[in-house]
Ligand binder design. Structure first.
Ligand code: ACO
Length: 412
């Protein structure tokens, strides 16, 4: 535990191994004075070997992460004083040399203004998370120098050449989202969530074997400027160093990690580190046994939950299928009854048509019969008249014959 206190820097240590280092000149937007640099170098050197510190988070008090070098105290007040300038320059290397190959993981939590020389410790921290609202700017071009110290090199290594040129030459500002998009920070989140998101990452790092983590970050850093052969040699030596460091505390992460996965099925490397990794202990050691049991229980619970979810999904799918089948059946029944109704209607229509035809036929037959009857009556009447006429004619003829006969008699 760090017992010393500082003027320009606030150090707060959590019990879990996370240490907060806050640049504490909010009234000067955390501009970096020589005194600030000297304190920061001291803080980081002490924390590097502090057993209670496993992860370091760097951030700024107030509205700024850091407004860059203090133009008054770092530049003007050291002009013409080479010793003071050199001392300030050497101390300011906490941002580059110190952070670049630091023994413990570092996270820059960029909460506000991040200007000029502050790009150095933002980029040289292992990880950086910015607030969406943060304001980044390479302001040097606006007041007469190159991007501070090694910043030109850091931005051209980190951003695309186009972006580096653009922002260095224009001095335009950009926000946290843009910084994430350009790869200058890992991610950006709303300011409200910045602390939570940073702690989430820090806690994730705490769970790893610290020797493996240290070797890994050094491997990524150191091989950047090596050719293949040099890199292969360096990486083989680094792996051996991890083994040696682990062995010095009676541990072997490599063997432990494989054993817990292959033989004991206790964890899955894709989803978490092996049990005890954070403490650099075997799962057989004190405390780790309990964790192992807890981890196994978690795996079981997770599996059971997954299985339950699957079953629930299947049941839900079955229910849905049943409902769909019922609906389909209902539709079929409805269609059938509709078809029946239509058919019945059609039958009724046909029957009605037949009846109507029959009625029409009957009517026309009745008409015909009536007409015939009329004709018969007329014929009968005509016949009667004819008979009468014939009778009259016959009577007339008879009368005439009688007259002729009478005449003949007379003649005789
Ligand atoms: N050096 C010295 N003093 C500074 C710096 C700085 N880099 N930045 C801010 N301050 C001081 C201001 O002079 C002011 O002091 P005062 O209260 O005694 O007048 C105080 O901090 C507050 O600053 P304001 O400008 O009032 O704060 P504001 O929030 O309005 O603006 C901002 C913040 C945008 C960061 C502005 O202060 C600014 O432009 N600062 C200069 C940043 C800069 O160019 N830094 C150098 C980069 S180059 C390099 O690092 C190599």
């Amino acid at each position: 535990m760090l017992k010393k206190s500082y003027k320009c820097v606030k150090v707060e240590q959590q019990k879990d191994g996370i240490t907060w280092v806050t640049f504490n000149r909010p009234e000067k937007r955390n501009a970096m004075s020589p005194a600030f640099h000297i304190e920061m170098m001291d803080v980081l050197t002490r924390l590097e070997t502090d057993p209670d510190t496993k992860v370091v988070i760097l951030t700024g008090a107030g509205t700024a992460y850091s407004a860059g070098q203090d133009l008054k105290e770092y530049f003007r007040e050291t002009d013409g004083k080479p010793e003071k300038k050199a001392q300030a320059g050497a101390a300011s290397r906490w941002r580059s040399d110190k952070l670049w190959m630091y023994s413990k993981p570092t996270i820059a939590m960029v909460n506000g203004f991040c200007i000029g020389g502050a790009f150095t410790h933002c980029i040289c921290s292992d990880f950086a998370i910015a607030a969406n609202e943060a304001v980044f700017c390479l302001s040097e071009v606006n007041w007469g120098i190159l991007p501070g110290g090694m910043v030109s090199k850091f931005v051209s290594d980190t951003m695309s050449p186009r972006d580096a040129m653009f922002y260095a030459c224009t001095g335009r500002t950009f926000d946290g989202k843009k910084a994430a998009q350009m790869g200058m920070v890992n991610l950006s989140v709303p300011l409200k969530q910045l602390r939570k998101e940073t702690l989430k990452l820090a806690k994730e790092l705490l769970e790893k074997n610290q020797n493996v983590l240290r070797g890994t970050k050094h491997a990524i850093r150191a091989t950047q400027n090596m050719d293949w052969n040099a890199a292969a040699d360096y990486l083989a030596a680094k792996q051996a160093e991890i083994k040696m460091r682990d062995a010095s505390r009676g541990h072997d992460s490599y063997a432990e990690g494989i054993r817990q996965f292959i033989d004991e099925k206790k964890y899955k490397p894709v989803f978490s580190p092996y049990i005890g990794a954070g403490e650099g202990k075997s799962d057989e050691e004190d405390g780790a046994k309990k964790k192992a049991a807890a981890a196994r229980a978690t795996i079981k619970t997770t599996r059971a939950k997954k299985a339950a979810k699957k079953t629930a999904k299947k049941t839900a799918a079955k229910k849905t299928a049943k409902k769909a089948a019922k609906k389909a059946a209902k539709k079929t029944v409805a269609k059938k009854s509709a078809a029946k109704k239509t058919a019945k209607k059609a039958v009724r229509k046909t029957a009605a048509k037949k009846v109507a035809k029959k009625t029409v036929a009957k009517k026309s037959a009745a008409k015909k019969t009536a007409k015939k009857a009329v004709r018969k009556t007329v014929a009968k009447k005509g016949a009667k008249k004819g008979a009468k006429k014939t009778a009259k004619k016959t009577a007339k003829k008879t009368v005439a014959r009688k007259k002729v006969a009478k005449k003949a008699v007379r003649r005789r």
